[in-house]
Design a binder for this molecule. Structure first.
Ligand code: AMP
Length: 112
C-alpha cells in the first residue's frame, strides 16, 4: 500500500469524515486520545512538516483555515489543542502530514 492517508482521502479505506474542502480532508482518529480527536490532512501527499515549502504551503494554510470551522462544528467552545508529530523524535507514525485536533476535556499541561 502506498500511503494510508492518501488511500483514506481517495475513499479506498473507510474513514469517519468530519470536514472536506478542495485542499484538505478531516476525519476521526481511529484511536481517540480525547473525547474529540480529529485528524486534518492535505489532499496532496506531503510526508511531514519537514516537507512543507512554498510550493505546497497553500494546503497547510487551508488546513489552518479549516481547523476553527471543525472545532466550532465539534462544539469545542472551551478550547482545544492542535498537534503535528514530525519524524522519529516526534513519534510520527503515519508519513503523511496531519494535524491532530484534540478537545472535549481539559488536556494535560505537559506536552512532552
Ligand atoms: P501520528 O502518530 O502523529 O503519526 O498519528 C497517526 C494517527 O493516525 C494516530 O493517532 C492513529 O490512531 C491514527 N490512525 C491510524 N490509522 C487510522 C485510520 N485508518 N483511521 C483513522 N485514524 C488512523
Amino acid at each position: 500500500m502506498d500511503c494510508l492517508f492518501c488511500e483514506i482521502i481517495k475513499g479506498n479505506i473507510p474513514s469517519a469524515k468530519v470536514y472536506e474542502d478542495e485542499r484538505c480532508y478531516a476525519f476521526r482518529d481511529i484511536n481517540p486520545q480525547a473525547p474529540t480527536h480529529v485528524l486534518v490532512v492535505p489532499k496532496i501527499h506531503i510526508a511531514s512538516m519537514d516537507e512543507v515549502n512554498g510550493e505546497n504551503s497553500a494546503y497547510v494554510s487551508a488546513i489552518f483555515e479549516a481547523i476553527p470551522k471543525i472545532a466550532a462544528a465539534e462544539g469545542l467552545t472551551n478550547g482545544y489543542r492542535v498537534i503535528s508529530n514530525c519524524g522519529e523524535d516526534g513519534c510520527q507514525s503515519v508519513k503523511h502530514l496531519h494535524f491532530h485536533i484534540l478537545g472535549g476535556r481539559k488536556l494535560p499541561e505537559n506536552m512532552g
